[in-house]
Design a protein around this ligand. Structure first.
Ligand code: RIB
Ligand code: CA
Length: 341
């Protein structure tokens, strides 16, 4: 078995964040040392409830969960219940938490984890970068303390999913994204940034979800857009039941958007890359965020032609093999769910 590596994850637990957490729970080469709860898909207290509830559902203990800022650095908070459901996990219901939040906040949690694992910690951010930016303000050495940082965010030479040019995580808190990219200027380990240009290649379908259920020993009939809205999962496995009820809402949202009865697994791809960077191909570039554009606020720009005269401060994901990702995802999450069954 490959050595276990310390991983700290910062999530705005919504549906795909939950799938990313399940992937990390099921990865024997990951030692999850902390979860930061960030306001985004839903409010920060609901994100905390979702994170604690997922730990309880999966029987995972000893992973501290911290609450982050209730609002972005300077913008008012916007949330996405239309996409992820009123509690952020679609139609799924989680068990009550069986652990408490830390007494320190999410920014402090980042710093404590980095100090506890200097040069070893892998950071994964799959929500707005509010708490990572606050952590960077508190500990400017963070880029040197982290062995790797993977960010799901932005859209590079690709349309947005929140405005015509801005991706959700960056759009909710553009100032924090700009501070994080600036803070990693000149770092030895540049952040790996996975934008929609990459993550929208990785689309969960009813057939793939059914394959996951089968891998967990909990076979189910593939969902369909023809099903009654909110049809409840009858899977025998508790984790598969939650993931199916969560994904159904996510499928319905994308279907209603005209994107098909599918759902892009943005955050699970970030979790997979955090443990195995070689599953994606990259290009380094100077990256920055538009903050003042009337039409373009929250847009992420990669200066591929070096017009700004700056050195690269990010490594951008540009290609992925979706089938290879899903094989890995289903192997790990399916086997983990089966152990819970
Ligand atoms: O734009 C996709 C990202 O925004 C994902 O992280 C999703 O969970 C939402 O937070
Ligand atoms: Ca997210």
């Amino acid at each position: 078995m490959r050595p276990r590596r310390p991983v700290f994850v910062d999530v705005d637990t919504g549906v795909d964040d939950a799938m990313a957490l399940a992937y990390l729970f099921g990865s024997e080469d990951a030692e999850l040392v902390g979860i930061a709860s960030t306001a985004g898909n839903v409010g920060v207290r609901q994100v905390c409830r979702n994170n604690l509830g997922l730990l309880a559902l999966c029987g995972v203990t000893g992973v501290p969960v911290s609450m982050g800022s209730a609002t972005p650095l300077s913008a008012p908070l916007r949330t996405a219940e239309d996409t992820h459901g009123p509690q952020g996990l679609g139609y799924a219901r989680l068990p009550e938490a069986n652990s408490e939040l830390t007494t320190y906040d999410a920014a402090e949690a980042w710093v404590r984890a980095a100090h506890a694992h200097p040069g070893e910690l892998i950071g994964v951010a799959t929500g707005p970068l509010t708490n990572l930016a606050l952590a960077l303000r508190a500990e400017p050495a963070l880029p040197r303390l982290l062995a790797r940082l993977v960010i799901m965010g932005g859209a590079f030479d690709y349309r947005g999913n929140t405005t015509p040019v801005a991706e959700w995580n960056v759009s909710v808190d553009p100032e924090s994204a700009a501070e994080v990219f600036a803070g990693w200027n000149g770092a030895e380990n540049l952040p790996i940034v996975l934008g929609l240009n990459l993550t929208e290649n990785v689309a969960m379908t009813p057939e793939l979800l059914s394959r996951l259920a089968g891998a967990a020993g909990s076979p189910s009939t593939p969902m369909s857009a023809a099903d009654a809205r909110g049809t409840v999962s009858t899977a025998s496995n508790p984790l598969i039941r939650v993931l199916e009820d969560a994904m159904r809402f996510y499928f319905e949202f994308h279907h209603d958007q005209g994107e098909g009865y599918l759902a892009h697994l943005h955050d699970p791809l970030a979790a997979a890359v955090a443990l195995d960077t070689e599953i994606v191909r990259y290009r380094a570039a100077p990256v920055d965020v538009e903050l003042t554009g009337t039409l373009t606020r929250g847009m992420t720009i990669a200066d591929w032609s070096r017009r700004w005269g700056r050195e690269p401060n990010a490594v951008i994901g540009v290609d992925v093999d979706p089938a290879a990702f899903f094989d890995r995802f289903i192997d790990r999450v399916g086997a983990f769910a089966k152990r819970l069954g």
